[in-house]
Design a protein around this ligand. Sequence first.
Ligand SMILES: Nc1nc2c(c(=O)[nH]1)N[C@H]1C(S)=C(S)[C@@H](COP(=O)(O)O)O[C@H]1N2
Ligand SMILES: [Mo]
Length: 505
Amino acid sequence: MMAALAGIAAAAVGVGAGEFAAAVSAASSSPFAVVGGALIDAAPTWAKDTAIAWFGTADKVALLVGIGIVLVAAAAAAGVAEARWRRSGVIAFVLIGVVVAGVAVTRTDAGMLAWLPAALAGATGATALHLLIRFVAEAPGTDAADHADLPTRRRFLAWAGGTAALGIALAVAGTVARAGTAVVTNVRDALRLPRPATPAPAPPPGAALDVPGLAPLITPNRDFYRIDTALVVPTVDPASWRLRIHGMVEQEIDLTWDELLALPMTETTVTLSCVSNEVGGDLIGNAVWLGHPIRELLAKARPAAGADMVLSTSADGFTAGTPLEALTDDRDALLAVGMNGEPLPLAHGFPVRMVVPGLYGYVSATKWVTDLEVTRFDRARAYWTDRGWSERGPIKLQSRIDVPRAGRGVDAGDSVIAGVAWQPHTGVAAVEVQIDDGDWQRAELAPAISDDTWVQWRMPWSAESGDHRIRCRAISADGETQTEASAPPAPDGATGWHTVSVRVG
Ligand SMILES: Nc1nc2c(c(=O)[nH]1)N[C@H]1C(S)=C(S)[C@@H](COP(=O)(O)O)O[C@H]1N2
Ligand SMILES: [Mo]
């Protein structure tokens, strides 16, 4: 009996972990839904017809309940087996996890991490069973479990009950997160954003180079890197969204979603980078943002003399400290509502975020923003500055080689080297490339959309057989040459030359 309970409690925590992981990760492959979906697809027509005849529109619920009953029975059996033959139950849990993970990746809507929730569920369940069974099986071959002394039984029940309760709590938390996401996703899907009073200029002809493997000039939303501290993506309903501008201002401002959308909208293309982006890394993207310039709102609020920072706060408590100047000068720092022609995706700050050309995200790009406090750097601290990162975060001059990829073979003969270079709000004047110890050569630089965006570059290369080292460096519109000195991301952004080693054969 105790062994069976151990199995069921372990299954509960495993399922809870899996459902929670599915709800909060982009994977969203709930192990239950995966098994249910696969069964529906595999079931012969007569079975489907019978199910519908028996259960009507509740057929799917009936299916999930059925899967639950089978799972409880299997888990109880695995517990009993584990008590008899050590590892057998644990292995059964792992196998179930592996099989469901395998099914998950073959589903048509499978994302890259589709296997994760089921794998986590199996691993968690197996671990829990391994730990719980220790109370039970002192004497292999006998069900010593039920003869355990009272204190042992009590402790077992407490642990098994706690484990099962944890599983239920995780599953409930996952369901709540999913429901919130579903509601806000529907609101987002129904939204029509206003047309910009100032549309983004079209990219100049030739701005997008035709080189396979080169990062696209505009990063599609689904490929745009995501960095934030939110375990569960905040779900903010525009109907209840409000922005407060306060602190060292003459006029406090309180803005609703409808009021924001009624203001003139600007559209602008801006490259956003994470301070944690390593040299050659991909925590960077370029998008067309739609929003209202923050400088207009601050002009209405009238910051007091002596203020030099705006502390922005998100719905989930994240904060960033942005130099007041970057929000009041002529650059297009936006309170953004749109990204590449759509409302902001939930993970990128729906309904409203900040985008400030020239500054790393951690000091400027607050997603799900709800509060702007005008203050001073010597009075307020922000999330990452409290954790040792620099107070100021201008994006450093950088360049990256996208083609050829490191470690990939290249065919000898006519080839091409290509990449991107950026220093938003300054602009890039040139990119140079060095092959092995040769001279630095100027690459062809495509025209930039603006100084706020990255720029693509390429250079023809007659690749000779052998191993080669390719490096690149950018020269900014200010005449600065990208430094060779290599620095890690902390505390204010990585530097160094991106270097790629390739074998030509
Ligand atoms: N609310 C909130 N906003 C945030 C963050 C965060 O953790 N929470 N991270 C910032 C960081 S470090 C970066 S690099 C950018 C990334 O924006 P993205 O996920 O849309 O690419 O968001 C910024 N805005
Ligand atoms: Mo970041």
